[in-house]
Design a protein around this ligand. Sequence first.
Ligand SMILES: [Cu+2]
Length: 138
Amino acid sequence: MERTLRTTIGALVTILLMSGCRAADVMQPSAGADFQLPPDGVSATVTTVGRTFYADHVVIRQGGTVSWAFAGTHTVTFPGEAPDEGSIPATAAGVAVTRTFSTPGDYAYFCSRHAGMGGSVTVLPADGRLPADSTVDR
Ligand SMILES: [Cu+2]
């Protein structure tokens, strides 16, 4: 009886862990994982942990938004293609800034205050198909 209970609890913990991973994979496709298309109108939130963006890569659909919730003072600087409202200047901890992405593509960004701190946003077209040159694992 006790053994059965232990097995049941173990199975439940495993299921919970697996479902947690699956939710994370939606926003952070990783090598070997099945690519899951985010739902329409999905918005992503990126935080900062020390001198890294987390998640450092998010996937949204055309017209969606990404909010950067800063835990330190950082910039979100787009050297190439930029969101509708442009780059985010140095912003203090405790503030969140949102940007809209109306054009599909891959958007790389970095923090101009901290060398090596960067991330990217992949914006899927309205039909949900990845751009041919997308770096997202499929
Ligand atoms: Cu920074």
